[in-house]
Ligand binder design. Sequence first.
Ligand code: CA
Length: 409
Amino acid sequence: MTLNKLLLALMLSAPAHTSASAPTFDQCLDRLRAHALSEGIDAATFDTHVRPVTPDESVLELLDAQPEFTTPIWGYLAGLVDQERVDDGRDMLRRHADTLARVEAEYGVEPETVVAVWGVESDFGNTFGKRPLLTSLTTLSCMGRRQSFFRGELIETLRIVQSGDIAADALVGSWAGAFGHTQFMPSTYRRIAVDFDGDGRRDLVGSIPDALASTARYLERSGWRSGEPWGLEVRLPDDLGTRVSGRTSRRPLSYWRQHGITRIDGDQIDLPASTPTALLLPAGREGPAFLVFKNFDAIYSYNAAESYALAIAHLSDRLRGQGGFATAWPTSDPGLSRQDRRELQAMLLARGHDIGQVDGIIGAASRAAIEQEKQRLGITPADGRAGRRVLEELRADVGGAHVESRTTH
Ligand code: CA
């Protein structure tokens, strides 16, 4: 973000009567301190953890970032629900079977869904995010568009530290303050988190039982119905229009039955006729179609994105032993698993592109390199998306590599 854009954003976000004299960061900390004390935070806690903060303005860029291009749903799902994550998830189901059984008994959410949330949110604890919460949230409390929201999150973070539940230096996460195994926001932590291992602390960073139980409790509070599926892939009759689709257009299951929608194998759906149901067409009429029930909404409430909810839902099915979707996505350039992405990155490196580490994460440098390679190979559109076509053409393009490319796993 340029300085001008930042100033413009601040001007637009500030109330009219203060726009002429925005407070300095120090003045903001003074006001925050008074507010924190009125919320029950000790002066010592504030002065130790917030007063020394140097603002991290990179979080403001992320707050205002517009996606450079939208990832198609099949690209998104290919990375989040790949064989690696299914295998790792099955391993977690085995390793934490006792905890997950107790979690299900307490909250009514079965192990595969809880583990699927864990896998999508933090890759089973491998990626918590690296930004110190107190730095990010103090910055966002004093600068940018949503200061009052982030002020609330900062106070809740201080409450966690003050209670001794989680140490301040263990509270790292996303730029916006989501942290721990299942990436709770601090305000969600306050409402939902539980001490499930009985050590007296609600610790979503250091305790897997606490994190898994808290996730199940979140879903329970979001209306989870025990024993009901999230949804299922369906077969549509040819004459059904797309007008009736959409997650919020709920109708009784009987409505969809009357319109000829069946399971993908042609069988009837075995749930009560009154079950609230919506039709989801993530890629339109030509791609996979789904009927979704109340539990899909509970998953959706976790992060308010349908593609994300579908990733968790689908991963939970894969963990139950189901295969991929029966209907293909409407594309000639499918998405890549993380292993494919690593292979693609290794080939980019071998062709002299300075893309940093082979990590399976397609960032700005990888996208720029993919764009150049697509231009060289005559692939259209020559965009930065990591898809099957560029992977296969690079595999075939042996002469383009300076050294033999190989996958670093
Ligand atoms: Ca605990």
